[in-house]
Design a protein around this ligand. Structure first.
Ligand SMILES: Nc1ncnc2c1ncn2[C@@H]1O[C@H](COP(=O)(O)OP(=O)(O)OP(=O)(O)O)[C@@H](O)[C@H]1O
Length: 661
């Protein structure tokens, strides 16, 4: 069994003693790297001042420094007085006009901590920001801190009662108004100080998530939608859905049909197809499996286009993962696996009049966009342009790859988000119609010409789709309906929509291709790009609010791993010494505080603040009290952070697989 004992700890609990002059824990108590007991003030006066040892003299000799100094010569005395006056003048310049009262959340010795003021900042009025921070109430001119046994030096070194010197950074600076010269201070210790959970970086009036934007629902609705998607992803089959599905299908399991009733199934071409959600065993991710029933594969070469489709990644195309044949359904079926978009609905379901009464599709989060019934939703012009531009971009990507879409049909175009559409079922026709292509090739037809014709067919289908969307009829662009449809379009949509649709379906235009189509719709592209960028800004803003969560969960998980491990329950040395002991006390400090009546304090703000400071490794100090209240430790968050890292590191090293933290 792996051993978790660490070498004797550098940190040790110390007895609480009544301070002689102040009620606060003295600063040197907080220097937990020292394993010695607390040196008392009386001890200190017996000891040689370290300023003398290091610098040869102490500016505060005779002005409050309590350590021993050699008797100064007359010249040394004069120089010390001059330096002391200069320091006092500098200190005076930056004192807050009215001392800010000490907040109870600060550790005891912080009451006496000086405000850090770089020399370069003294004359700038902006630097008075420091004064607005929780500044110590006990600031006095030189010798400012003699009462507490330390004072400020020109080089920002703090002089502790035990004669120790420690460089320190500013614990109170306001990072919105810093001066760069401040960072170049040699002893500046940079640390992330913005502990607050929901940090606003952009004024909310500039990125307003509380209202809907073109591609983004409001913040509230977005959360609801994401929640519903996650519910739909894990949901079981709808009542009435066909059962008796295979348990396992070429590495996929937990099949759930996405069509609720047989009435939802229409024939696509000569095939009947069904879509299932299934989880892939290899990665645990749900996929949408389209099964084509009773399909006979003539040649393995029919799968070649799937490889080409697999390389296409485009925001307007539902990506295909793989295709295979199977007998698991009791027949010979072709299965194509696509990216699964929970709650996606087809444009047909949303915007077209159903001739036969269909039931609404599975519990979709886009119920918010369309009521759960079969009546079609008219397409507003701004939405129509979004559809047109996204689909045109997807078609262009496919044509540039030397392929054709083959299916630009409202039953195969999915709405996967607010005004976001993607062409689905790509590759389906390439596999199912493979024998037809093979016959054309053997009849000597030029494959390039065939491709060109297929690409023109894509444009015609696209044009008919636009007219159909305007009118809400799949047959809007056919025969006798065509003229009526154009008139209906003119009533509700701009001339630009009609021009775009007519360009796509025109037979005799030699310039009819997808690249030229973008010239025709160019005036609409800028607005679309603006909307997309606005959506990205809103999403980024949303993400900002969630940024801290993962960090905090990781921290809590580490605490969970370390604290109260049952295998060490009887070994007091494990949890009562070293890093683990400090972590245990810190957990008490964060979670187990009680008020003056002994009631538990359940203050989430306190927990989040502490954890954020811990994660940031702040230099701020905190007093941890043993459960028997006989001893205490004053440590910085930085030290606790290193204890957590060490203790967790030990655990992670003892496992067979390396931890992922
Ligand atoms: N990739 C996908 N992710 C999530 N849902 C999908 C996906 N592909 C299809 N669906 C859903 O599966 C259901 C059935 O899709 P299908 O393409 O069969 O639609 P349909 O309108 O029933 O067409 P068909 O006439 O071919 O039956 C639709 O509700 C659709 O929203």
């Amino acid at each position: 069994m792996a051993s978790f004992f660490s070498p004797p700890p550098a940190l040790s609990a110390i007895k609480i003693v009544k301070p002689e002059a102040a009620q606060f824990v003295q600063e040197d108590e907080s220097r937990t790297s020292s394993a010695s007991a607390i040196p008392t003030r009386r001890d200190s006066t017996q000891r040689q001042c370290r300023n003398v040892m290091i610098y040869g003299s102490c500016k505060y000799q005779g002005k409050g420094c309590i350590f021993q100094h050699p008797t100064p010569t007359a010249e040394e005395e004069a120089a010390a007085v001059a330096a002391s006056d200069a320091a006092a003048a500098a200190f005076e310049n930056v004192r807050p006009e009215t001392p800010v009262p000490v907040t109870p959340s600060l550790s005891a010795q912080a009451v006496n901590a000086p405000v850090f003021v770089p020399k370069s900042a003294v004359t700038s009025p902006e630097k008075s920001n420091h004064a607005s921070s929780p500044a110590p109430a006990s600031l006095t001119p030189s010798p400012p801190l003699a009462e507490n046994g330390y004072h400020e030096d020109d080089s920002y070194e703090y002089h502790y009662e035990d004669g120790g010197l420690e460089p320190m950074g500013d614990q109170y600076y306001d990072d919105q108004h810093y001066d760069m010269s401040y960072f170049s201070t040699p002893h500046f210790v940079r640390e992330p100080l913005n502990y607050h959970l929901y940090t606003q970086t952009v004024p909310p009036s500039f990125v307003n998530n509380s209202n809907d934007s073109h591609y983004m629902p409001s913040s509230h609705e977005l959360r609801q939608t994401l929640q519903m998607r996650s519910e739909v992803t894990r949901g079981g089959p709808a009542p009435g859905a066909p059962l008796g599905l295979p348990d396992e299908l070429q590495g996929y399991h937990t099949l759930v049909p996405l069509e609720t009733s047989p009435a939802d199934r229409r024939k696509f071409g000569q095939w009947q197809s069904t879509v299932y959600r299934a989880v892939k065993e290899a990665d645990g991710i749900p996929y949408a499996l389209r099964r084509v029933e009773n399909f006979r594969l003539i040649s393995q070469a029919a799968f070649a286009p799937i490889e080409q489709w697999g390389k296409i990644r485009h925001p307007g195309i539902v990506a295909i993962a793989e295709a295979f044949t199977t007998r698991s359904f009791g027949d010979s079926s072709l299965v194509l696996a696509y990216t699964y978009y929970p709650g996606a609905r087809t444009l047909y379901d949303l915007h077209f009049n159903k001739t036969q009464g269909t039931t609404a599709p599975n519990n979709s989060p886009y119920m918010l966009i369309s009521a759960r019934n079969s009546s079609p939703v008219p397409v507003p012009e701004s939405t129509l342009w979004s559809y047109i531009i996204q689909l045109a971009s997807a078609i262009r990507r496919v044509h540039e790859a030397g392929m054709s879409v083959r299916v630009v049909d409202p039953t195969k175009i999915l709405l996967t988000g607010k005004n976001r559409v993607r062409i689905g079922s790509c590759g389906l026709m390439d596999v199912t119609m493979f024998d037809q292509y093979a016959r054309m090739a053997s009849a000597g037809q030029d494959p390039q010409q065939v491709l060109q014709q297929q690409q023109l067919d894509d444009l015609s289908m696209f044009g008919r789709l636009i007219i159909g969307l305007c009118v809400g009829q799949t047959n809007a662009a056919t025969g006798g309906q065509f003229q009526k449809s154009l008139e209906a379009m003119a009533r509700s949509y701009s001339q630009d929509v009609k021009t775009a649709a007519l360009f796509l379906i025109s037979k005799n235009n030699p310039h009819r291709n997808i690249t030229h189509f973008f010239d025709i719709i160019s005036s609409r592209l800028v607005k679309e790009m603006d909307d997309a960028l606005h959506a990205a800004d809103c999403l980024e803003n949303e993400l900002m609010g969630e940024l801290e969560n993962a960090r905090l969960v990781r921290l809590l998980a580490k605490f969970g791993f370390i604290n109260e491990r049952p295998e060490f329950a009887r070994d007091a040395r494990w949890s009562e010494t070293g890093d683990r002991y400090l972590i245990k006390l810190f957990r008490d400090y964060v979670f187990h505080q009680s008020d003056e009546y002994g009631n538990p304090v359940t203050n989430l703000g306190h927990v989040l603040t502490c954890l954020n400071k811990l994660d940031a490794g702040s230099e701020e100090k905190v007093m941890l009290i043993a459960r028997d209240e006989q001893s205490c430790l004053v440590v910085s968050y930085r030290e606790i952070k290193s204890c957590v890292e060490n203790a967790f590191g030990e655990l992670a090293r003892a496992t067979t697989r390396p931890g992922k933290w």
